[in-house]
Design a protein. Structure first.
Length: 410
């Protein structure tokens, strides 16, 4: 397969259908599009409207493949078996035929009339990877948070057997000992100082850019905040707090956090999902809640970020140079929080046993000790030293050209 004369590489992007997963790689998509390449994100039927404000092109490939039982299964595992139980259940779901099969089938159908030169997929999505293997085209994996666990922790025990079974059905050789998703190119948007220093090539690092939706603007409340108080931003992510299975525990955690924040001399901007608003109507006037906060804009105007520690939020806070108090739940959260604490950019608090006193103490320590801000600023310089995401286009073009020349795909 040769690149057309107009040099427009056809790039298909596959993700598990959660907005946070899309957000983890959407700036790579928009950068490629701005450079003139034909880039499309494969999504379930009816899902395109959710991503319209990101300015991306989508292609709907079939019915929604995430069943209602998914959240019940994974958050039940979190409650019963902690972060380890959650991770194992999550990966079992993501490598199951019900997740992978619809994407493989949808991509192969799409390729009959729009054949991509390359598939770019996030690290928890395996259907695009397997479809690329069937089509004989290169594939690129983007780390959105769980790469270390997938590549180094759960591959041999869980992922390899599941993918081998799926590959057999597709007429492919067994999944290799080294994760097949790492074969052509692995992309991360974090500095080596933060993670993946032990990963083998081919690994490319690019500078994180804020994913901004077209409708984003700084909340009006910022114009009214007193200038003599620090500003704390609270966001516990988009998946855990929205799960009905996990809502009771999330409510208890929010109660401890808000009790702590009520006693601090500060201003608080809190992203609080709508379903929780009736439970927290009596917060003090310095605590401002809203169902959605434009994190990419807000972080440049705050002094402390209370976060669950997902990689999207970690990259945002590094890019803004804002120190953290971290309450990690599952997946990549614990590892990210541990690394932040090791680097001196924040303090971890265990969400399974969290108390208001712990949150209050952690916030006071981070705000009072300038070393946390200093260390985060240092990590920010490492981020800024990475190549811009425009470099990804050149790396992708070379990968497609070298693969085409090397294996003679037609």
């Amino acid at each position: 397969m040769n690149i057309p004369p107009d040099n427009r590489t056809r790039v298909l992007v596959t993700v598990n259908p959660f907005e946070s997963h899309v957000r983890g790689l959407v700036t790579l998509v928009t950068t490629l599009g701005e450079l003139g390449h034909d880039v499309r994100i494969a999504v379930p039927d009816g899902w395109s409207g959710r991503l319209r404000d990101y300015g991306v092109t989508t292609v709907e490939i079939g019915p929604m493949w995430v069943a209602p039982r998914f959240a019940t299964a994974v958050f039940g595992a979190l409650l019963d078996g902690g972060a380890t139980g959650f991770d194992r259940t999550l990966i079992a779901e993501f490598t199951s035929p019900r997740f992978v099969g619809p994407v493989v089938d949808g991509v192969l159908r799409l390729s009959e009339h729009w054949r991509p030169h390359v598939v770019v997929h996030e690290c928890t999505e395996f259907g695009g990877y397997l479809a690329a293997e069937v089509l004989g085209i290169p594939h690129v994996v983007v780390d959105i948070g769980s790469m270390a666990a997938i590549a180094q922790g759960l591959h041999e025990e869980l992922i390899r057997p599941a993918l081998t079974a799926l590959r057999s059905r597709l007429g492919l050789a067994p999944e290799p000992l080294t994760p097949g998703i790492l074969r052509h190119l692995t992309v991360t948007m974090t500095p080596e100082r933060f993670n993946h220093a032990d990963f083998e090539p081919p690994l490319a690092r690019y500078r994180h850019e804020f994913p901004v939706r077209h409708d984003e603007r700084l909340p009006d409340v910022f114009a009214r905040l007193p200038e003599d108080r620090p500003v704390i931003y609270l966001s516990m992510g988009s998946i855990g707090p929205l799960s009905s299975r996990f809502m009771q525990r999330s409510t208890e955690i929010y109660e401890e956090i808000f009790t702590a924040l009520a006693a601090l001399e500060c201003s608080v901007i809190a992203a609080l999902p709508s379903r929780y608003e009736p439970l927290f109507r009596s917060l003090p006037p310095h605590v401002h809640t809203m169902p959605w906060v434009p994190q990419s804009l807000v972080l440049d105007h705050v002094d402390l970020f209370i976060t669950h520690g997902g990689l999207n939020s970690i990259r945002d806070t590094i890019t803004s140079g804002v120190p953290q108090v971290l309450l990690p739940f599952f997946a990549d959260h614990p590892g990210n929080a541990l690394r932040c604490e090791q680097l001196g950019t924040g303090i971890r608090v265990d969400p399974t046993t969290v108390t208001a006193a712990e949150v209050h103490s952690a916030c006071e320590r981070v705000l009072a000790n300038p070393s946390y801000r200093r260390e985060t600023e240092g990590l920010r310089r490492h981020m800024r030293a990475l190549p811009p995401q425009t470099a990804f286009a050149g790396d992708l073009e070379r990968l497609v050209e070298e693969h085409s020349a090397g294996v003679g795909v037609s």
